[in-house]
Write a protein that binds this ligand. Structure first.
Ligand code: ATP
Length: 601
């Protein structure tokens, strides 16, 4: 920490003294680099942190610059009033560009946002109010009493302060709840949604942030150059910006700034060879994407990780602790079912994955769902948890109709789940995985980042404390700072359960939690699930491990070919001829068969 503060102080002093060694051309280049850095940080937040492809950043930049130009020269308003309105106009544009993100998948977003960027360039080139191809000149110098901002040396300090504030704000977001949620969405939007992250709102927030940064950069550009023309906001500049972010390291805002500095300097050096420069950027971007997807900023952590692996680092030394059971609560008697699936059918292009499936689960129950491979178990979970809207039928959760509700709404209503193929956030640490689930605040409350930053910090500290408690309970404390993928499979399964429970559910859906576990791990899992139920949480578990299902579950529902073929106590189900036949018919699962009557005895 002390080193960091010292390094920061050195950088601040160096940045303050920088203009003293520079001629007027060099300071101009530095001023442009600062503007590109702000743009790159905005793009990094949207694309690198939020995972939303955004090729409209240059258009946000343009809206900020053009709005300032139009308001100051055509409407005759003062620079700063125009600047505020220009940023507001960019935010409106951000909302517009972000709207397709509510529906369109990330890779198509690239095309949509590129289209919008092209439309902007087209508009300014042709619109009379924007001055056509000649652009708008004679933008007034921004005024600050006692400071002559027509001097690029003094303008540098204005830019430096705004850059420092915007970078600090970006880092503040990345390192606290909003940034964590955005990173979780980038890693796995489906899992993030199932933990209560409002993915559509988050996507929109990513574009809003990008637009604010674009708008600020545009205002600064208009004040610096005092002339705007379409070529400054061209697609070529968008790709330069993209290259800055990708080469620098899109997942690190400091990396984005480093990319902006390096690439702009390279562009200055290659200014006489524009074609070679474009080919050069393109090739380097491809190389970076293939060989170092986390960019230059990702190299030091990768090297550190490789060294740690060679030395046999923390990951190997860390030990899984004992699970500390939850406090048991009295079961609430006579309640209505917590979950009712009523005549659910789910068809995939003619394939009936579920056919008229009904199910009712009482509070405090551990319900098993079994069935041969492909019998529709996971599809049923996906319908219950909102990932699929059923073709027919209704789902009621906690007395309310929940059919087709978005996963994040169901998560917020008290439903949590794990996935058959583990969907942990790979770029987040184990602790951060838990933190995402613990965070129950609505994303719209992110205005607090501007209005009440201290309350954001306080809330984050509280989340960390609670995450520590969850990790302690599950014996995962020593893995807190590690990426989940570096852990043995059994521990990853436990992390996923800890994460699902951190969301404080009333109903927990476990999809094959014993898959890939050894005998001792299955025993521990059984203990954990029982304790979860004893704490008042209802559990539904899909499992192929019949020994576990028979010993753990109070009731079992058996699916075959998308239909419920049996339901009842483990002993009843195990002796049901239809069940035995279904399992005999499924060669993949016939290994399980001998255990059925055995356990039932
Ligand atoms: N998104 C989808 N699109 C098309 N078909 C699907 C989809 N999801 C599931 N299916 C099909 O629906 C059927 C039921 O699949 P599901 O994964 O629910 O079975 P399962 O009982 O969970 O199987 P397993 O035990 O192997 O996990 C399968 O035939 C599967 O191929």
């Amino acid at each position: 920490m002390r080193y960091r503060i010292a390094a920061l102080a050195v950088i601040a002093v160096a940045a303050w003294l920088l203009p003293y060694g520079l001629d007027s051309y060099a300071i101009h280049v530095v001023n442009i680099i600062l503007i590109f850095s702000i743009l790159a940080v905005g793009l990094g937040l949207c694309m690198g942190i939020g995972g939303q492809v955004n090729l409209a950043q240059v258009a946000f930049f343009g809206v900020g610059a053009y709005a300032t130009a139009i308001l100051t020269t055509k409407a005759g308003w003062g620079f700063w009033v125009s600047a505020v309105l220009a940023v507001a106009a960019t935010v409106v544009m951000g909302l517009l560009v972000g709207t397709p993100a509510l529906r369109v998948q990330s890779h198509y977003l690239g095309i949509v946002t590129l289209g919008l960027a092209l439309a902007f360039t087209n508009w300014v080139t042709n619109a009379q109010i924007a001055g056509g191809a000649e652009g708008i000149s004679a933008i007034p110098v921004p005024t600050i009493p006692g400071v002559d901002l027509s001097s690029e040396y003094l303008y540098y300090y204005l830019e430096l302060i705004i850059f420092a504030v915007t970078l600090a704000f970006g880092l503040f977001i990345v390192r606290t709840a909003l940034g964590r949620r955005m990173r979780a969405m980038r890693d796995d939007a489906l899992a993030a949604g199932s933990l209560g992250a409002e993915v559509p709102v988050l996507r929109m927030t990513a574009f809003l942030l990008a637009s604010i940064y674009g708008g600020i950069a545009g205002v600064l550009y208009a004040g610096l150059i005092r002339y705007v023309a379409p070529e400054s906001f061209s697609i070529a500049n968008m790709f330069l910006l993209l290259a800055m972010v990708i080469i620098g390291g899109r997942q690190s805002l400091v990396g984005c700034v480093a990319g902006a500095v390096v690439l702009y300097l390279v562009r200055e050096l290659l200014v006489d060879y524009p074609t070679a420069a474009q080919i050069g950027y393109g090739s380097v971007v491809v190389l970076v994407v293939v060989f170092a997807p986390t960019g230059l900023a990702g190299l030091p952590p990768r090297i550190r990780q490789a060294l740690r692996r060679r030395r046999g680092g923390a990951g190997e030394a860390a030990r899984l602790g004992e699970f500390r059971p939850y406090e048991a609560v009295e079961a609430a008697a006579g309640d209505e079912p917590i979950l009712v699936a009523d005549a659910i059918s789910m068809h995939f292009r003619g394939l009936k994955a579920l056919d008229d499936v009904s199910l009712s689960v009482d509070p405090g129950e551990i319900r098993g769902i079994v069935g041969p491979n492909g019998s529709g178990k996971t599809t049923l979970f996906n319908v219950i948890s909102g990932l699929y809207r059923p073709t027919r039928g209704r789902v009621r959760f906690r007395g309310r109709d929940a059919t087709g509700l978005a996963p994040y709404r169901l998560a917020r209503a008290g439903m949590s789940r794990t996935f058959q193929n583990l969907r942990l956030f790979g770029d987040l640490t184990v602790e951060e995985n838990v933190l995402v689930a613990l965070d129950r605040h609505a994303t719209w409350q992110s205005w607090r980042y501007v209005g009440r930053p201290i309350s954001v910090l306080r809330r984050d500290r509280d989340l960390h404390r609670r995450a520590g408690e969850v990790l302690d309970r599950y014996g995962l404390r020593e893995f807190a700072a590690l990426p989940p993928k570096s852990l043995p499979y059994g521990i990853q399964r436990r992390v996923e359960i800890a994460r699902a429970m951190a969301a404080a559910p009333a109903l927990l859906l476990l999809d094959e939690p014993a898959a890939g576990l050894n005998g001792e791990e299955v025993r521990q899992l059984s203990e954990i699930v029982r304790s979860i139920r004893d704490s008042g949480v209802t559990v539904i578990v899909i499992e192929h491990n019949m020994g576990l299902v028979m010993s753990l579950c109070e009731r079992i529902t058996v699916l075959a070919s998308g239909k419920v073929i049996a339901e009842g106590l483990p002993a009843e189900v195990a002796q049901n001829p239809a069940v035995i036949e279904a399992y005999l018919g499924d060669s993949m699962s016939s290994d399980d068969l001998p255990t059925l009557p055995e356990v039932a005895r």
